[in-house]
Ligand binder design. Structure first.
Ligand SMILES: [Zn+2]
Ligand SMILES: [Zn+2]
Length: 340
């Protein structure tokens, strides 16, 4: 089969012919319909973060069709040819995080595309049917992006729900591939007033079309003051930072109100001082990394209902290096999906 493999960090992917993988005991072979191109893969490619093992087929945002079941796989409820989204946060399957439904937090992280081979290929082996969810009529190319680009913001928004009562407000920083879904989930799941933040005027316009009530340019001197005004001096009850550089974190932590929550999603490596009087009283600061299998089921339910607007651009797998180049230069408007 065709696979795009990374041999060295800092270099391009190489399209290669490799043996089609055989699913082992309990495993399932998926024919890839689409694999979403995630910023975290760009960090691996560039060498910003260590790669687990090279050469490697990256790609952890996958959907496709069941091609075959390995020996002894529990195929109840599934048939060969079924369209499925792949939950990618694979763990050991038997620790308290895995059994508590938070497999993506397992210490033995075996995420497809970050250890085992991922989906920048024609086929993908997944460890068990437990990581497969029927797409339920959602186009599998679109479903691929839901498994991370939508699941990650969904899980971040889930952490804010108890704060976002009627009359509350939420600040969403960054209107890229994840932030676009974040705004929609805030509007779909909460009664909060949604304030979007982005430096790009086109993205601020997009935020408004996706349902944001206000869109702000963070470079204006009085952004924090402006947010205080919009929130009647209280600050935001929830802030989600999809960027994570020093300046966005400073704006976010400075804008969160008393007993509010600041959720950091962006992996850009920024930091913010944390001290007793440095943040609003009783405010919670937390990170949110990907999401759970059950949250993915909920995201799919919203997509099946037609409630999600997705900005997906399709590219052939052979264009992978061009796509990563465009991603690096900020020229992908929503999410790029590679199709074999
Ligand atoms: Zn990702
Ligand atoms: Zn585990």
């Amino acid at each position: 089969m065709k696979a795009a493999r990374l041999h060295d960090q800092g270099s391009d992917f190489i399209i290669e012919d490799v043996p089609r993988p055989q699913p082992g005991p309990g495993e399932v072979l998926i024919r890839i319909a689409g694999a979403g191109v995630c910023h975290s893969d760009l960090h691996v490619k560039r060498g910003d973060v260590p790669a687990i093992r090279l050469p490697q087929t990256l790609g952890h945002e996958n959907a496709g069709w069941i091609e075959s079941f390995g020996p002894g796989a529990d195929s109840r409820g599934f048939e060969i040819g079924d369209a499925v989204a792949v939950f990618g946060g694979w763990g050991c399957g038997r620790c308290r995080f895995c059994l508590g439904g938070q497999e993506q937090l397992c210490d033995i992280s075996l995420w497809g595309g970050m250890g085992p081979a991922g989906g920048y290929a024609e086929f993908l082996v997944v460890p068990s049917v437990r990581v497969l969810l029927p797409t339920g009529g959602v186009n599998p190319v679109l479903a691929a992006t839901l498994t991370d680009a939508a699941l990650t913001p969904y899980s971040a928004v889930s952490k804010t729900l108890s704060r976002l009562v009627p009359g509350s407000s939420a600040l969403s920083i960054g209107v890229g591939g994840l932030g676009q879904y974040g705004i929609q989930f805030l509007k779909l799941l909460t009664p909060a007033r949604v304030i979007a933040v982005d430096t790009d005027p086109a993205k601020r316009d997009l935020a408004l079309t996706l349902g944001a009530d206000v869109a702000i340019d963070p470079r204006s001197d009085d952004a924090e003051h402006h947010i205080k005004e919009i929130t009647d001096g209280k600050g935001a009850d929830a802030v989600i930072d999809f960027v994570g550089v020093d300046s966005t974190m400073a704006l976010g932590a400075g804008s969160v109100g008393k007993q509010g929550i600041f959720v950091l999603v962006g992996l850009a490596g920024g930091s913010v001082p944390y001290s007793f009087f440095g943040v609003a009283q009783g405010a919670t600061l937390t990170t949110s990394n990907w999401g759970s299998r059950n949250e993915l089921e909920e995201v799919l339910a919203l997509a099946q209902r037609g409630d999600l607007a997705s900005h997906v651009e399709e590219f052939p797998l052979t264009a992978i290096n061009e796509v990563f180049d465009r991603l690096e230069r900020g020229l992908i408007a929503g999410r790029a999906v590679l199709t074999p």
